[in-house]
Design a protein around this ligand. Structure first.
Ligand code: 5GP
Length: 170
């Protein structure tokens, strides 16, 4: 497997992050917000987003996996859970990529049972796949094709996360 095509440049991604941060700043003005980062893939998006926020915000992380190599296993595993109580809190999940929707729909189910005040989702890359589980993504970075991608936090077998752009791996 190797990088065959650059899909989104660093400039395109940074420009979009600034726009999303500005929407989030407006929507959560005067409210408390917990950004719930989904590790590991969202770590770059979260830090770029964080630098552009000017609201009352804190950051918490969960670690979830659903992929082995480049194939979905069809189930999610919580590797690291939250260590705070989210009841009555405004939660914004930040996820790297939406493929079948399994990860986000399972995560929403888990978090809703903990009675937060609100839950919204920001997802950097949304794939066009036919069999999706419907999930409402309020802040969407980019819609992309169905190819396997790496970079901007996304890996293949632990590699390529550090790339500042998004690329196709085939
Ligand atoms: P879903 O549960 O929506 O099918 O898949 C979401 C998760 O699968 C993401 O959080 C990510 O870890 C992984 N994933 C899905 N598509 C890709 C991809 O193209 N590249 C990489 N590196 N991971 C992906």
């Amino acid at each position: 497997m190797k990088i065959t095509k650059k899909i989104l440049s660093e400039e395109q991604i940074q420009e979009r992050i600034i726009k999303l941060a500005s929407e989030i700043n407006t929507d959560y003005e005067g409210k408390n917000l917990i950004i719930l980062g989904v590790l590991k893939g969202a770590f770059i998006a979260i830090s770029d987003l964080a630098k552009n926020l000017n609201i009352d915000v804190s950051f918490e992380f969960m670690s979830i996996s659903s992929y082995e190599g480049s194939e979905s296993t069809g189930q999610i595993k919580i590797e690291k859970d939250l260590d705070i109580d989210i009841s009555g809190k405004n939660i914004l999940i930040v996820e790297d990529i939406f493929d079948t929707g399994l990860t986000l729909s399972s995560l929403i189910d888990i978090l809703e049972s903990r009675n937060p005040k609100s839950i919204e989702i920001m997802c950097m890359f949304v794939k066009s796949v036919e069999k999706k589980i419907p999930v409402k993504i309020k802040y969407k970075g980019f819609e992309i094709g169905s190819e396997f991608v790496v970079g901007y936090g996304l890996d293949y077998m632990g590699k390529y996360r550090e790339l500042p752009y998004l690329a196709e791996l085939s």
